[in-house]
Design a binder for this molecule. Structure first.
Ligand code: GTP
Ligand code: MN
Ligand code: MN
Length: 617
């Protein structure tokens, strides 16, 4: 695909000048940028080269404009706090669109928009939307630059906060521009906060617009995001590109773009295993990605915490790679007792959004320590004490930090080839019904389990907290095409693997509760006990017990050494209530109905087989 070879990367100085590549592909990139600038009318255009000097200047500028608060370097060097507008705190799923040529291709789970009409709407919105602001041109690579699984793109944005965040979350800079200049294919992404400044008009700390649009054009590989500065809507390389657009590319090319974490687990015998896990937003991916086992002899290395691209290899195995370079993690609930790895990762060089500020210039959020500080400034900048009615940090407050800072990041986390995948986990937040761990009987049963994942709603997206919703493969908000076709694609990818080398699939649930409402399983580091069983299971060291919903552990095979857990709680953790599961099967049938003809016959058979097993039990 490369048409031109360029020998050297332009020296990075952070001047904002157009990189001086003189190729047809570079001319195309420049013409595209000029076109966006003509539409949005920014005061100036800055080409980001990814240099340290540029990043420093950007952060200084944001502090000067009151958009970032510099934290006390004594506690949190190189770190900043952003406070969003109170209305701009999460992904806006209702305003997220797939503008495919055919409505059918967006499928029943996405908002579809007619691409021609949507382009007109966007033209209107973006008309002059960057007036008075700087438009940044940010070339980024998902995956190590030039890697065989990597994909590149460009984001133009009028948010310097977004630029700083993209700089942490992806590989940004001139090496990418050079690839584009050489003719590599790239994805176009455009972002504006939708808050033009008239001459003399004062800026606000978090510019945004009440009207919001996050629009994907899967056929032309373009993303347009308007009106929001929130990470999930503004860092377009992440959810918009690496999941929604990439899932479409993956469908066409025979691979998978997934909302998953990725870890390497080394067992007491020194054998390494790679596990990817799909849990819906705010359901424990970042926690499991940074697991510290509570059982001796096991170690976990982090490879990724949110997105994994998985490709079938020539050897019939699947190879998994984290396309991101940083973590955009949920802050609340991240503490010494739950995720000490994350706490250590956040020692500095971190951008926090919507957490609370301590009087000493450090940050705090619910769950960081058991006892809150006596006085804080809450996420909206108001005085806060432990008597306050509302949390000090927003429930979806986030940290943005480089993956390289994680103390247990795998040495080879930037290996562009990825790692061979042994296990795939599906999970959600389920107070009842779903056992702590169940093994799928084969790939198609595993796809069935993935397709039926449901979870209680969290703060990561707008909506009613606690309500149960289906979130197949944890991809409901992120699949860029018809979810029924996506199920079929998973089945097809499975068929391309050697049956004895396909990853084994398990369902897990850390969130089952007793009648009194408390979690039955301690979770966090103790989830290593579940991993221990899974690894011994795939190594053929333990047998499992068949149940109507899949294979369950024998009680004696679970490593519960040093854990205080009541027998009754264990019974409940693994209880399979036949009536409740029959009701679950009815609900799955209702859920499946929306896919019509797009639902693969194999999944309908799986549902019927489940009913048959439940009836026979
Ligand atoms: P996104 O980054 O939004 O995709 O979400 P995520 O899946 O990475 O979620 P994260 O790991 O940040 O989990 C958020 C919530 O899950 C926090 O409230 C955690 O305390 C809770 N959590 C994670 N692991 C466990 C567990 O094993 N048990 C319990 N009870 N809660 C957990
Ligand atoms: Mn996520
Ligand atoms: Mn996360």
């Amino acid at each position: 695909t490369f048409t031109t070879r360029i020998d050297a990367v332009a020296p990075a100085r952070g001047t904002g000048d157009v990189p001086a590549y003189d190729t047809p592909a570079m001319a195309e990139l420049r013409a595209w940028v000029d076109g966006i600038a003509a539409l949005t009318q920014p005061a100036r255009v800055h080409w980001v080269d990814g240099s340290r000097a540029e990043n420093d200047a950007l952060l200084r500028g944001l502090v000067g404009e009151g958009k970032l608060i510099k934290l006390n370097p004594e506690w949190r060097p190189g770190s900043y706090l952003a406070r969003s507008h109170p209305s701009d705190v999460a992904r806006t799923e209702g305003r997220t669109f797939i503008a495919s040529e055919r409505e059918r291709d967006a499928g029943p789970t996405n908002n579809w928009a007619d691409p021609t009409a949507m382009r007109e709407t966007l033209d209107g919105l973006f008309q002059g939307s960057m007036r008075g602001r700087t438009m940044y041109v940010v070339p980024f690579s998902m995956g190590p630059v030039g890697g065989p699984l990597s994909h590149i793109g460009v984001q133009v944005t009028d948010s310097a906060y977004a630029v700083a965040s993209i700089g942490i979350m992806t590989r940004v800079g001139d090496a990418v521009t050079r690839q584009i200049a050489e003719g590599a294919p790239w994805v176009k992404t455009v972002h504006s906060v939708g808050a033009p400044l008239e001459p003399g008009q004062a800026d606000v700390p978090w510019p945004c617009n009440d009207e919001k649009y996050v629009v994907h054009f899967p056929e032309t590989l373009e993303v347009y995001s308007y009106g929001s500065g929130y990470g999930g809507n503004a860092i377009l390389a992440k959810k918009c590109f690496a999941l929604r657009i990439a899932s479409v590319i993956a469908r066409d090319e025979g691979w998978l773009a997934e909302h998953m974490l990725l870890i390497r687990v080394t067992d007491p015998k020194g054998r390494a295993h790679h596990i990817a896990a799909a849990f819906p937003s705010a359901c424990g991916k970042t926690n499991l990605a940074m697991l510290r086992p509570t059982i001796p002899g096991w170690s976990v290395e982090t490879l990724g915490d949110d997105i994994v691209w998985i490709r079938p290899g020539e050897d019939g195995r699947m190879y998994a790679m984290n396309p991101e370079a940083g973590f955009f993690g949920v802050a609340p609930g991240t503490g010494e007792s739950t995720n000490v790895t994350a706490v250590e990762t956040l020692w500095g060089n971190t951008i926090f959004t919507n957490v609370a500020l301590r009087p000493d210039g450090d940050v705090w959020w619910e769950g960081l320590t058991d006892t809150p500080p006596a006085r804080l400034t809450d996420w909206q900048g108001r005085p806060w004490t432990p008597d306050s009615d509302e949390p000090a940090a927003h429930p979806n407050s986030r940290f943005t930090v480089s993956a390289a800072q994680c103390p247990q990041i795998a040495d080879d986390w930037e290996n562009p080839e990825g790692v061979p995948l042994d296990v795939i986990l599906f999970g959600g937040r389920r107070a009842s019904n779903v056992p702590l761990v169940v093994e799928a009987t084969d790939w198609s049963h595993g796809v069935f389990i993935g397709s039926t994942i449901s979870s209680e709603r969290t703060a990561a997206a707008e909506g009613t907290l606690g309500e149960l919703r289906r979130d197949p493969f944890a991809m409901l908000p992120f699949c860029g095409y018809n979810m029924g076709d996506y199920f079929a694609h998973w089945l097809k990818v499975g068929r391309s693997l050697r049956f004895d080398r396909a990853p084994r699939i398990f369902q897990v649930n850390w969130f089952r509760r007793g009648d009194d409402g408390r979690f039955l399983w301690p979770g966090f580091g103790d989830n290593s006990r579940v991993i221990d069983w899974i690894i011994r299971r795939i190594s053929g060291e333990v047998v499992a017990v068949d149940s109507p919903i899949g294979r369950l552990p024998r009680r004696e095979d679970l490593n519960l050494d040093g854990l205080e857990i009541a027998e009754a709680d264990l019974d409940e953790l693994f209880d399979v209530d036949i009536d409740a599961w029959l009701a679950e099967a009815d609900s799955t049938e209702e859920f499946y109905a929306m896919f019509g003809d797009a639902l693969p016959a194999a999944l309908r058979s799986e549902l019927e087989a489940l009913r048959y097993r439940l009836d026979a039990a």
